[in-house]
Design a protein around this ligand. Sequence first.
Ligand code: SF4
Length: 384
Amino acid sequence: MRLPQERNHFFRERFKAEEPAQRRDAVLIDVDSIIPNLALMKLSHYLKKRRKRVILAKETGLHWRSRHVYASSVFQGLHTESRIRELRSNHGDSLQIGGTGVDPALRLPDEIESLIPDYSLYPGMSFGIGFLTRGCPHRCSFCIVPHKDGDLRKVADLDAVLSPGWNRLVLLDDNLLAYHDAAALLRGLIHRCVAVNFNQTLDIRYIDETIAKLLLQTDSRDYSFKKRLFYFSLNSKALIEIVREKLALLKDLKSSELRFVCMYGYDTSLSDDIARFSFLCQRRISPFTQKFQPIQGIPTYAPFEYFDCDPEPLAHLHFPQNGRNFERFLKWAGRKYAEQFGRLYMPLVDRIFQYNFKYAKAHYINTLAGTRDSSRKRRISKDS
Ligand code: SF4
């Protein structure tokens, strides 16, 4: 699954101030990606080979003269939709748009897909990026990967994704450990002393003694490459026992070197979420909570009553790192509570603003008041 990124230095520098594009210039629009957009990097290489001046842009009104505007959108959502509307209105027929946010089935033509990415597109980038494998043998209902990339297969050797001069690599593989010879892939990273960010998380279910030993030798990093970190996922309560068993094989890792991406807002109830977060909390492992994002072609899960138990334990969960990220989940839970019951659950509200953004508490309560009132009205009309 997709991992939200902790921003690194390249992010600030990605959109350089540019002269307005002329008619022949190619403008590449990175609509919403939060890491370098590999498709745009390959397209940039292709266009430069054709002697085009390539501009990476965010605000496109400036480049209205260009007749060659290519946009890539990764996510779906209101922000992305409004940006796409703006792009269509600014560029009309000159615009071509692709990416999983628009159509998961769209592919770059083979002659572009096979090119080395143009690393100069993102100034300040100091790591290679790419896939060793694509696809996944699983078919999780919330995930775009089975629709987009299909079955798991190897697509490149390590040499093809490492960038000369850097031994840092962001791997975008959907499920690297599920590959039948994942051990060989890990050995390659170890022997080349590559610092690697497993960007889409590792599937803990595939860890056995061999893989565990190799992972312990792998220089796995966070997205900033500043600290040792292994990302896994814990998207359902049913996985807790498996995670417990696999963590025993990784006992030499510190809790601070582990992070579990926990998706919420899809099909888990409050009791499921409390079980997942309490499990991590007991082990002093911090979650990285991630709200389910609808993706084109994937049905959003049918709404259900989220609160199936007392929310009180939520208000007592504290993690050693990543507290603000967990507060985002708590804010979402507080809103769900107001929607479901037509009132605020103050212990949760107090917990959310216990450490950070205390000044924003009144505003949060005010925004929930609207939710609460419309929920009350709905409940009254249901009862009458
Ligand atoms: S296991 Fe495969 S299908 Fe499931 S979330 Fe991960 S990548 Fe997607």
